[in-house]
Design a protein around this ligand. Structure first.
Ligand code: NAD
Ligand code: AKB
Length: 314
């Protein structure tokens, strides 16, 4: 068991809910502190209420537990961010700067600050988007991710902070519902299918987007965080790829289990966001630097999502 004390901020969200048990298994339940604005649905392990926009409250927690690593997962995601752009910017940037500062001042050894495919925009190639493609995002969420990538690089260069990051694609998991993103349809669709309901999709049937099963995302995160420092050549954020599919392809993969399942397409404002993002991602640098390899394709993910959610709903 490794001697670390890990603080997960935004622990009740889609990633935090799935990540906490993995960290607890790796480092021991007493070495992982979940923190969020609200109480978790099910408390497992140490939990603290925290508003990460409050620098003093964050610093008190870091000192009290002698935190050595922080996973900073609190954020407003792409679709929700467009309903209140300044609110999203303030939340995303204030929490980020508080985390970077508390880590600098209190000698936190390692930080994880996720980015997203939303960092890319109009001028990035849509297919096999390279690591160094231009970053001109169309959403306030994407702008905050590009800013966070650059702040992370700055703190690494100027203060030597060991900040690590992944540009996650849309993440699909059964453990909890996602929190206001453009890729959320790819989780909600499985819930509808397993409950025997038709699905209304807010993206058009042919909207190709990069996606990843949560298991792969967690493994990538932990592999990145465990990699020796000299293997980390990217201090903004690593491109990361799992699979890419359209809503029509996802529907077809579900129909292999539920032949009567149907999806109706009613694109809304999220279509423009999706159209501004890459369709497939080139993650050669992550593969080269720390050996990244995805394990899940669409059929394997669908099988696992349906199995897990069938247990939840029966
Ligand atoms: P989420 O919206 O599901 O969860 C965010 C959590 O942060 C929520 O539980 C919320 O209560 C908490 N939070 C919000 N404001 C807070 C504050 N001031 N103090 C403390 N907690 C606060 O998000 P997620 O999907 O788990 O994403 C986590 C991170 O990963 C985010 O930075 C997100 O941008 C990034 N990401 C996620 C995806 C995805 O598909 N889920 C894809 C790319 C990047
Ligand atoms: C969103 O849709 O906002 C997130 C993301 C890809 O960053 N899932």
């Amino acid at each position: 068991m490794k001697r670390e004390t890990i603080l997960v901020i935004g622990a009740n969200g889609q990633i935090g809910t799935a990540l906490l048990p993995r960290l607890q298994a790796l480092y021991g339940p007493d070495s992982v502190i979940g923190a969020d604005l609200r109480q978790p649905a099910q408390k497992a392990g140490i939990f603290e209420l925290l508003d990460a926009t409050k620098a003093d409250a964050l610093a008190e927690l870091v000192q009290r537990y002698r935190v050595t690593q922080i996973y900073h997962l609190a954020a407003v995601l792409s679709a929700k961010g467009e309903t209140d752009p300044l609110g999203a910017w303030n939340l995303n940037m204030q929490t980020l700067l508080n985390v970077l500062e508390v880590a600098r001042i209190h000698q936190v050894r390692k930080l994880f600050v996720p980015s997203s495919i939303a960092a890319f925009g109009e001028h990035a190639p849509k297919f096999e988007t390279p690591q160094t493609a231009s970053l001109d995002p169309a959403t306030v969420y994407g702008i905050s991710k590009v800013a966070a990538e650059n702040w992370s690089l700055y703190y690494h260069k100027r203060y030597g902070l060991d900040v690590r990051s992944l540009r996650y694609p849309g993440l699909i998991s059964y453990q909890s519902m996602p929190g206001g993103g453009t890729t959320d349809y790819a989780v909600a669709i499985y819930h509808a299918a397993v409950q025997g309901q038709p699905f209304e999709c807010f993206l058009a049937d042919d909207t190709l987007l990069p996606m990843m099963y949560m298991d792969d995302a967690l493994r990538a995160t932990l592999e990145l965080m465990e990699a020796p420092e000299n293997r980390i050549s990217v201090r903004t954020s690593y491109n990361l790829a799992g699979m890419s599919f359209t809503p029509a392809e996802l529907t077809a993969s579900i129909q292999a289990y539920f032949p009567d399942f149907t999806t109706r397409y009613a694109p809304d404002f999220r279509q423009d966001i999706a159209d501004s993002w890459p369709k497939t991602i080139d993650d050669t640098v992550a593969r080269h630097d720390w050996g990244w390899q995805p394990a899940y394709d669409l059929p394997r993910m669908t099988q696992e999502m349906i199995t897990q959610l069938t247990n939840v709903y029966q």
